[in-house]
Ligand binder design. Sequence first.
Ligand code: KG4
Ligand code: ZN
Length: 363
Amino acid sequence: MLLALESSCDETSVAVIHDGRVLANVVSSQIKLHAEYGGVVPELATREHLRNLLPVATAALKQAGSQPAELAAIAATLGPGLPQALMIGARAAQAIAFALRKPFFGIHHHEAHLYSPWIANEVTGPAPRGSSLRADFLSFQPNVSLIVSGGHSLLVFVEAERKHHLLGGTVDDAAGECFDKVAKLIGLPYPGGPELDALAEQGDPRAFDFPRPMIRDLHDDFSFSGLKTSVRYFLRDQPFILDDPERVRDLCASVRAAIVDVLVTKTVRAAKRLGVKCVTASGGVTCNRALRQQLAEACVQQGLVLRLADKSICTDNAAMIGLLAERKLLHRVASTALDEEVHPNWPLVPVTPLPGTPIIHRV
Ligand code: KG4
Ligand code: ZN
């Protein structure tokens, strides 16, 4: 049995994992706290993690019906993320590991995201409690994985378990950040992504033509800040649009279509180029209805298997941290030092090189 802590941004989460099963996954979100400021305030996030971590951990252990003495290992996100926020979870996990004399695993947040599309529900109930790592997750490697949230937009080639290569990332704003900033321009409350998505459902995606940045470029990087700027100029020139609810819905649908087009086109193209048979997606933006639907359609067209993280597990959670840590334990990967520092800018470096790619360095 393994205890996992996640505190890299604005979710305090603790999970208990046993044999690939999620016995508990308690998430305390700070969205309401940060809404007043229109974005995550690092100092407030840190204070909330400090306040919430022990109650969340106690609740997770109670839900799982497990005692600290039963734990075989402790894990926490070491990065990337907000430095002080990471420190709360990591130091707590290291202290618990020290007290229980158990190994500690410092986990890369993005590597953990690669596991969330494979967490499937077995029982009804507050998902993802009662879920487990799908037995077939090893059969669908290699795959191409899209990780899209408020902080990152990444395309990853998963060659095999724990052998991954970062294909591309955002050169400026992340996809979720673009959703949130455009929503703010429209006057929607933070975080605007889900609000914009809901309005877009009733709008016409062809009403306005917004740029699809880098969609034709052959590399796997993304850029979304230009799209946000074009919406800003669009609204500067036609501010009256905001007075017409129908036009606002059309605007939301058109912006959503531009973002989703880029994400789907580049993900599927990378999958075809690399000859994989499976595409996966996770991160908060994967809750987006158009992204889920268009990825599904594109994958059917291209003969690709698609594994989307369940909506309940798209956003940050400790279950994905714990499942990866348990796999490391199983494969006898060396544990992490109890005084290892957090890595706020930890890159997702290749564990093995892609053919023809120089090794950058090893983790
Ligand atoms: O993974 P996450 O909870 O946190 C990190 O940023 O790490 O992702 C949150 C992001 C926010 O930008 C939010 O607006 C976006 O995911 N998001 C959505 C939707 N639901 C959440 N964006 C578009 N459509 C949605 N339905
Ligand atoms: Zn995340």
